[in-house]
Each structure stands twice: as structure tokens, then as C-alpha cells.
Design a protein. Sequence first.
Length: 341
Amino acid sequence: MFKTRNALFFALLSLTFFVSLILNLSLGQVTIPVKEVFNSILGSSASKETWEYIIINYRLPKAITAILVGIGLSISGLLMQTLFRNPLAGPYVLGLSSGSSLGVAFVVLGAGILPAFVSDVLLSSFGIIIASCLGSFCVLLVVMVVSRKLRDTATILIVGLMFSSFTSSIVSLLTYFSTAEQLQKFTFWSMGSLGNLPWTNIGVLTGSVLVGLALSISSLKALDSLLLGENYAKSMGLNIKKARYIIIIATSILAGSITAFAGPIAFIGLAVPHVSKLMFQTSNHKILFGSTVLIGAIIMLLCDTISQMPGLNFTLPINAITSIVGAPVVIWLLMRKKHLV
């Protein structure tokens, strides 16, 4: 009965994912018929050349980015919540997002003091991506060094929060001495964006997410053991330090690469694992992994569709949509669960 129920849920999620993808490609400032979407994707020519151009060059890359972002952040959130056994832990709890923000802030807000040709290179999309990667990588190195010295996993969580606070303070100082133009550029980056990524960048992001997912899959048994506490996991023969390293590295690759290419995206990593657990009523990470992947991709696609504001000539920040749409849904699910209990 339980397996049948799970199979039904997975079938429904797969169908919902497919529908969400088609809606995302069809709706926007220009509404394109579903039939024309299929023609463009499958290699047949659309009725209008402009429709095919919009789908292939704008909407399809953005949809793929949304799927990668939804999957990566959702899985990294699941890893962090299990590792720290804290329902409020998310993909950025180790300070990776703050490190990325600090790297971008140094480039965007501090480029004015550098020579013009240097600042032009740094302020390019490629320069901002490198700065974001370096910022999150530096924080990762510090966290890894600290984790070698500390045996208690909860202490690592506190260290990550302290790094977030420290880097946020430096960013605040940089913004205080910045011009309005610099502040606007940094604010736009912090709102997150799924568009404007060339296929080369999408390929790099895809590779990074796949590596992070592979490491996550290798940690599924360890995650099941850690649910019952580190002492139990040790008694089952689990190498706690090794498992912790792999989980932290997987989260860092997923959250760090996504932040670098799409900016800091709120809510998804924190909320999707809870939605998955409430839907499937299980703590088995093999089931949670698959369901979290599908739900994360679906929610991100739907949020991106809403942000495109179908029929209107402007696009809303994706960060605002993920929180506005998602937070009430999670609150409702939690209240419904409490009522049932």
C-alpha cells in the first residue's frame, strides 16, 4: 500500500513537472501556443520565426536554469537539515551565500577605485561569476578547516552563522561608501536572476549540479544513519568525519555554483524538503531525494512563470516570487499537518 502510494505521488509529480515546463515555455510577455512550443523543442519549425527564436534563445535556457536551481538548492537544503538535525537549516547556513555576496560586493562596489580597464573586466558577467565563486570557496575552506577541529556538528552550524554575520557586516560597510549606480547593480544581483545565461554557462552549471548530486546520492545511507544521532551512526560503523566532509562539499558545490550563476535565491532550499517530507510522510532519504528533486524543479518553474508576468511587459525579481508564493504554502502545509495530528 505504501509503495503504491509513493508510486502514485511520483507519477503525479512527474506529470506536474512536465506541465510546469510547458507552461513556463509557453507563457510570458508573448504567449506562444503549446503546439508551437512542441514544434520548436522537437526540431520542427514554428509557425512564426520570432516564436522559435524566443523559445530557443530565451525561454528554454531560462527554464533549464530554473530546473537546475530548484534541484540544487532543494537537495542542499535537505542535506543541511539532516546533517544539523535542524528544520531551519538551509543551503546557505554555512555562510556560502554571504561569501558569494562579499566577493560580488568587492567587485561591484569596489571597482571604482581600480583602473578603468580592470574594472570593466571585473564588472562583466564572467568577472562577477568568478568573484562569487571565489567568495563562496574561501568560506568553504574556512568551514572545512574548522570542521576538522570540531567534533560537534552543531558547533559548525554556529560557525557558519558567525561567518554569515561577519561577511554581511563587511558588505554593509562597502555599501555605505558606494555610489547609487554601484548600489543598484549590487541590489539587482542580490535579487537573483535565471535569465541571460549563455549556453556555455548553463553547461558549466549543469556539470557542477551533477557533481553535487552524485556526492549527495553517495551520502544517502549516511544521512539515514545521522537522523538517529551521531552516536548511533558511529555504532553502525559510519565514519562521521568523512560523511560530514562529503555532505558539506556537496552542499558547497550545489549552493555555491547556483549562487555564482543565478544569485542568492531565497526560500527554495529551506522549504522544499519540508514539502517533500509532508507529502511522502517518510524519513527514507532515497524517497526524499527523488521527491525533493521533482518538487524543487516544479516550484522553481512555477515561480519563474509567475515572475514573467504573462501578458505584461515587465519581469519581477525571482527572489521576491519564491518567498511570496512559497512561504504561505509551507505555513498552510504545516498547519494542516498539525490539525491532522
